[in-house]
Design a protein around this ligand. Structure first.
Ligand SMILES: CC(C)(COP(=O)(O)OP(=O)(O)OC[C@H]1O[C@@H](n2cnc3c(N)ncnc32)[C@H](O)[C@@H]1OP(=O)(O)O)[C@@H](O)C(=O)NCCC(=O)NCCS
Length: 181
């Protein structure tokens, strides 16, 4: 499914039966970011429907013992035939820095390219500096925004009152495909 995957994780499509076990790791994997409000927001951002209706463009990576190592939830835009969207990604902190998220993104890029998608969009919260660094490193551009307390511009109220987002976009035409690298 994804060639050259780092570590000994086995990658497959998620299913509805994976929903609860993914929810169960969110707080630990996100380091409790945002306290109780952050915890509630994360859980509500990942309802079961993603595991039912978006699984053919999503990935779940497990260790040989079956424990969860990483996941990516993404989909093809229904509205814009040039766009694909990455909604959520997480890697077990014990596995950070091994290129696992990069490999999941690359797998997604290759898949959506084959569906004619040129742009990949995603958002992250203004306080998630790790996610911001990761997306910048992969070559995502930040779509306009206001300067907050950090050094990354974000769009206030993007997802509702008081819910600002850093908005990212990547032009796949500027990124070599796996085959040509
Ligand atoms: C962000 C996250 C997905 C990165 O996963 P990962 O597998 O460790 O990332 P990779 O190993 O593929 O890193 C790719 C590049 O991003 C950089 N990067 C990743 N995390 C970083 C961090 N916390 N700070 C700075 N740079 C970082 C890496 O240094 C690497 O650059 P390199 O190629 O020069 O070494 C992971 O930290 C995570 O799961 N965080 C919690 C959940 C989250 O915030 N998800 C994103 C929002 S939905």
């Amino acid at each position: 499914m994804i060639n050259d995957f780092p570590s000994d994780l086995v990658v497959r499509r998620p299913a509805a039966g994976d929903h609860a076990r993914v929810l169960a790791v969110l707080d630990r994997w996100w380091g409790g970011l945002g306290g109780e409000a952050g915890s509630t927001e994360r859980a509500l951002l990942l309802p079961r429907l993603f595991f039912q209706h978006f699984n053919t463009t999503s990935y779940l990576a497990e260790r040989p013992d079956g424990s969860l190592g990483a996941f990516l939830i993404g989909f093809l835009s229904q509205s814009d035939p040039e766009v694909a969207y990455i909604h959520f990604v997480g890697v077990d902190p014990a596995l950070h820095g091994q290129g696992i998220a990069t490999a999941l993104y690359q797998g997604f890029f290759d898949q959506v390219r084959s569906h004619g998608r040129r742009h990949v969009h995603c958002v992250t919260s203004p306080g998630n500096t790790a996610s911001q660094a990761f997306h910048r490193r992969l070559g995502f551009d930040i779509l306009s925004g206001e300067q907050g307390t950090g050094d990354t511009p974000f769009q206030p109220d993007y997802d509702g009152p008081g819910i600002g987002r850093v908005v990212f976009a990547l032009d796949l035409a500027r990124r070599p495909s796996r085959r040509s690298r």
